[in-house]
Design a protein around this ligand. Structure first.
Ligand code: SF4
Length: 430
């Protein structure tokens, strides 16, 4: 089968989108391509940012390829599925330009994983894949009855058919990915690295997927939930390929990069630096020293609240005191040049305490952000606590709640975020 895989050309005007807007490698499409090619299928993989193409230009390339199936992601790479933009404006723009010339259309991503019905109708695609997508995309290409495949949603005779819940891939043995050289050359971005000029291309890699915790705000119930570790030999094969292609920095997109001695010791010997997101309470001082020696130059650690009650209200299951967390962050900073403690705005925050804590950490070289507001993503426990299981208005409801909750939005977002219905109606193509 001929299969087109598309990461559209993103824009986030008036969006509440929290994620980084630089170009990143679309890992979910990379894995899909690898599995499809293992199955003997022919693949065209396009990425708006990395190919330097608009949605209309990508649609023309896809139409010229004449695929039997076109797979489109609704969020810019796995890295951002947990903080995806709520609106489906951009994927819809690509599909409108494609105008039925891509064969069967399939949407993958966080939106359809949690709310398949509105994703099908907003996008007008033939199928939605729920959950982690690469194995299901490969199954679809291999053929067979849709009803016999897991994790799909589609319409038949006007009725919604959902063949099962969101899919969790095996993940551990997903093959080492290699990327087009021109994509790496268009990827100078070193994700979440600060305080230095990036040298050489950056890349994103996955060492583990999911997380054993269930923090109330974390939008991973329907994808990337259960914790799995990828085989170390495969990770190293992928990183060695990236190094050979000139990459000098990789960002591990893992929800939680847990201490892993074999991988870190192998990285000590390699000419590569890297960044991680993790929980500092899970790292002992000697493992933090090894993390720095292995080449880690960026840690983003979720502290979230400065009180034990605040952390408990977010279900952090953190066993450390706030002072111990600060000490551990400061210890990490001895060998890692950029360490960030993430804080979330929690009702009842003591502004003076937050200010003093931030100043204490800053004096030790650790960055702590101004607490940011939470968005109750439909795939998070917070959403379900507020409103129950997500229904067809879940994204609209979360959006209205969020816009109504805060006077000031995080400085990484657009100044004037619009209601979701307006944002999606603003699509110029329909
Ligand atoms: S520890 Fe991090 S990844 Fe895990 S549930 Fe909490 S916020 Fe999500």
């Amino acid at each position: 089968m001929r299969v087109a895989l598309v990461n559209p050309a993103w824009s986030f005007d008036h969006s509440i989108y929290f994620g980084c807007r630089e170009a990143h490698l679309p890992l979910e499409l990379g894995y899909s391509k690898a599995l499809l090619e293992q199955g003997g299928h022919e693949v065209l993989m396009l990425d708006g940012a990395l190919d330097g193409l608009s949605n209309a230009e990508m649609a023309e390339r896809v139409a010229a390829f004449a695929p039997t199936m076109t797979v489109l992601t609704t969020a810019p790479t796995y890295l951002f599925w947990r903080c995806a933009q709520p609106e489906l404006r951009v994927p819809r723009e690509f599909l409108a330009a494609l105008d039925g010339r891509g064969g069967r259309t399939v949407a993958v991503g966080p939106h359809g994983s949690t709310t398949p019905a509105p994703t099908l109708s907003k996008l007008g695609v033939d199928l939605v894949v729920r959950g982690e997508c690469e194995e299901i995309v490969a199954k679809l290409a291999d053929g067979g009855a849709l009803d016999d495949m897991p994790a799909l949603a589609f319409h038949r005779d006007g009725d919604l058919v959902v063949t099962g819940g969101p899919h969790a891939a095996r993940f551990t043995d997903l093959p080492a990915l290699s990327w087009p050289v021109e994509w790496l050359q268009r990827h100078p971005h070193h994700h979440h690295r600060y305080g230095t000029e990036p040298v050489g291309p950056g890349a994103e890699v996955e060492a583990s997927r999911g997380c054993p915790y269930n923090c109330s705000f974390c939008a991973k119930i329907d994808f990337r939930d259960q914790y799995r570790r990828r085989d170390t030999a495969i990770i190293l094969e992928e990183i060695d390929g990236l190094i050979a292609a000139g990459v000098r920095y990789v960002y591990f997109i893992d929800e939680i990069f847990l201490p892993r001695r074999d991988l870190l010791e192998a990285l000590v010997e390699r000419p590569i630096q890297f960044g991680v997101q993790t929980r500092i309470d899970l790292w002992k001082p000697d493992m933090l020293d090894l993390l720095g020696a292995a080449g880690c130059v960026s840690i983003e650690a979720g502290v979230e609240s400065l009180t034990e009650e605040g952390r408990a209200s977010l279900d952090k299951k953190c066993r450390m005191s706030t002072d111990d967390l600060a000490d551990r962050l400061i210890h990490a900073r001895r060998s890692v040049p950029f360490v960030q403690a993430n804080l979330i705005a929690v009702a009842g925050d003591d502004a003076d305490m937050v200010k003093a804590w931030r100043e204490k950490l800053l004096a030790a070289g650790v960055w702590a952000n101004d607490p940011v507001p939470l968005y109750p993503y439909p795939a998070s426990p917070d959403y379900r606590r507020l409103w129950g299981e997500p229904d067809d208005r879940a994204w609209e409801r979360a959006h209205e709640h969020y816009l109504g909750q805060f006077e000031r939005l995080s400085d990484i977002q657009e100044d004037e975020p619009l209601p979701l219905t307006e944002l999606e109606a603003a699509c110029s193509c329909r």
